[in-house]
Design a protein around this ligand. Structure first.
Ligand code: SF4
Length: 383
């Protein structure tokens, strides 16, 4: 068996965490800020290069701490500029991060778990089952690698490359809450990656209690994987709905916006041929978001319609484009902002719902589609 590394993985500490750690080793809080900036702003992993740290500290650090990048198993670059990295997280597990450059932004899609326990029917990650939660260090390591590797590769040292992070890779981030929040804080910190609250999006399939906690602890932008306008259909497509049905989810969205008053919820809706894509479904969605006492009589939100990326085991098909447009029209006619997601990185399987990596089917999630999600597979929620 591999010996465990007893050193503290510094990538996983937010600034208050690093300050507390520095206090434990007898260092002043300003040393934490220095270290944090070297690691996250300058991408330095070698303590010997951190020239403004006291020599005594520089020599001590390698024995007690580590800045550990995740080993890259593979990199695939799409013709459209999208890059997908597959990272080794040990024990036979791998996770993926995807860099998506656009004219006015560059987004990194980050994974929060190896596999996923939610088991959405249209998602190849969900199909492959849950292996384990990532640590804060493993979540941040994806951004650390992408940001600093791309600075070098694109010949833009010192310039910020990643402008947006979406927690939409493998996993349900709100089922890994205690690791997620320090990672988000490092993304948002002025001494870390300096991303604004609205440029960091947590995507959830609807873990209601954790949505409430996130609103209080770290209210980033929130995307909700909706995919169905009623409980019967959503119970089937997103099994977590059996635990937190639509009315509860909508109420949680409303409460979330109390912590982020000028924001809106982005609803993700994967368009599945003949399943959830009729104009009647679109009208039902309008009912689901109705809140008569709010301005415009509904929850502040927008819709992002996602063309399904078919994979063999799902038995599902992508909706024809004309049906997607007709669906969008029903929503747009009421003044709702509705976009149809461009598919990116199709040639490297980096499109949404295709982040399957090398995770093995350990939990045979497909056998659980008709069962309530077992509590043991919801480590954060069931506490
Ligand atoms: S869509 Fe998200 S929550 Fe659903 S199975 Fe896939 S990774 Fe998990």
């Amino acid at each position: 068996m591999e010996a465990q590394d007893a050193r503290t993985p510094l990538l996983g500490l937010d600034l208050p965490g690093l300050q507390a750690w520095c206090a434990q080793i007898g260092e002043k809080p300003f040393r934490a800020t220095q270290l944090y900036r070297w690691i996250h702003q300058r991408g330095v992993a070698d303590f010997a290069q951190m020239s403004d740290l006291a020599q005594s500290l520089r020599s001590r650090l390698p024995d007690i701490a580590v800045v550990a990048p995740l080993p890259v198993i593979s990199e695939q670059a799409s013709t459209d500029g999208t890059i997908k990295w597959l990272f080794d997280v040990g024990g036979g597990d791998a996770v993926e991060a995807v860099y998506i450059p656009e004219d006015d932004r560059a987004t990194l899609c980050v994974s929060s778990q190896a596999g996923c326990a939610v088991g959405c029917r249209f998602c190849s990650t969900g199909y492959q089952g849950f292996s384990r939660n990532l640590s804060s260090a493993e979540i941040v390591a994806q951004l650390w690698w992408a940001e600093h590797h791309l600075r070098q590769r694109l010949g833009r040292p010192g310039e910020r490359i990643i402008s947006n992070v979406v927690m939409m890779g493998m996993g349900e981030p709100l089922q890994n809450y205690s690791a997620l929040v320090p990672a988000l804080r490092t993304m948002l910190s002025d001494h870390g990656y300096g991303l604004s609250r609205r440029r960091v999006t947590v995507s959830t399939s609807g873990v209601v209690p954790m949505m409430d906690r996130l609103g209080q602890d770290c209210p980033t932008a929130l995307a909700v994987s909706l995919h169905a306008p009623n409980d019967a259909l959503r119970d089937d497509l997103v099994p977590l709905n059996r635990k937190y049905p639509l009315a509860e989810l909508m109420a949680a969205c409303r409460r979330y916006l109390e912590f982020a008053p000028r924001d809106f919820i982005t609803f993700e809706y994967c368009m599945l041929d003949g399943v959830n894509d009729s104009e009647a479904h679109a009208r039902e969605l309008l009912d689901a978001i109705r809140m008569p006492d709010l301005p415009h009589g509904r929850l502040p939100c927008k819709f992002n319609l996602i063309p399904f990326n078919p994979f063999t085991q799902s038995g599902l098909r992508r909706s024809p484009r004309e049906r997607v447009l007709a669906f969008a029209q029903v929503l747009q006619d009421t003044g709702l902002v509705t976009t149809v997601r461009k598919t990116r990185g199709d040639d490297i399987d980096a499109a949404c719902g295709q982040l399957a990596g090398e995770v093995q089917d350990r939990t045979r999630v497909h056998l659980r589609w008709q069962e309530p999600v077992p509590k043991t597979l919801q480590p954060e929620v069931s506490r």
